[in-house]
Design a protein. Structure first.
Length: 267
């Protein structure tokens, strides 16, 4: 009878634990992905890891976090075939919409390791996890796999492959210069209308109007692009933003020595 009692207690305990954990295998981002769903009352929470303390000011929060859907802790299992490859610990977590139904999160990884990044999205009372990862064979991928890069109040560049907008939670795959490799350059600038991202590659400006995925490449003189600082000075004196068909690109102007772009924009 005693053994039966302990067995019942154990089964209740295991059921209780399983009830409060949800293991989700991430899926790939698609063009039909829906964000910004309306949810009556709060349902998706960022918590201080290992506590019951809810993070209220997520934009200034530091430390490690876990994420809950109501009273259920979300675990992400990155490998579908490996149940042990799951985690509920994140080094970064921030809401990216005003409804607080979509969270951009990065797994807490080992030192020096670029940890996976996900969108955790509540849609029609169900949690989806979207992986922000794409296959790539670029020679300098490691150099340009920098995780999350905040672009003002507009959003985040993710590993030179995605752009996630803040406030209204939209996710864009950035058009690559070479389909087989992520953009081999550093983020450089954003247009005044917040729609065009500029990257400085080895010898060119690579620009992407992320809303339409139209791209533009402008080759820079070799002696003007050896460092970002030198390139910024050259661009500030020789380029201006030109809007055509509602798309802004930096374009070179000729015969005009006046500064046409504020150099502070590139610092």
């Amino acid at each position: 009878m005693k053994n039966l009692f302990y067995a019942l207690v154990l089964s209740v305990f295991l059921f209780s634990c399983s009830k409060h954990e949800s293991v989700i295998v991430p899926k790939l981002l698609t063009e039909t992905e829906r964000f910004n769903s309306y949810q009556e009352g709060d349902a998706l929470f960022i918590m201080k890891y290992g506590t019951e303390d809810r993070i209220k000011d997520d934009k200034n929060a530091t430390g490690e976090f876990n994420i809950k859907f109501r009273d259920t802790t979300i675990f992400i299992q990155n490998s579908p075939s490996d149940p042990a490859a799951k985690t509920d610990k994140f080094s970064f977590a921030q809401y990216v919409n005003t409804q607080k139904t979509t969270i951009l999160a990065q797994v807490a990884g080992k030192e020096g390791e670029i940890a996976p990044i996900y969108l955790i999205n509540l849609n029609e009372n169900k949690i989806d996890v979207i992986s922000l990862s794409r296959p790539s064979t670029g020679a300098k991928d490691k150099e340009y796999t920098q995780g999350l890069m905040k672009v003002g109040k507009t959003g985040f560049v993710v590993n030179n492959d995605f752009f996630i907008t803040n406030v209204n939670a939209k996710a864009y795959l950035l058009k690559r210069q070479n389909p087989e490799e992520r953009i081999q350059g550093m983020y450089f600038n954003l247009s005044q209308d917040k729609q065009t991202l500029v990257f400085l590659t080895t010898n060119s400006l690579y620009q992407i109007h992320y809303a339409t995925n139209q791209a533009n490449t402008h080759v820079l003189p070799a002696d003007k692009s050896t460092t970002p600082e030198l390139a910024a000075i050259y661009i500030a004196n020789n380029f201006k933003w030109v809007i055509e068909n509602n798309i802004a690109f930096l374009k070179k102007i000729g015969g005009n020595s006046d500064k046409v772009v504020d150099i502070s924009e590139f610092k």
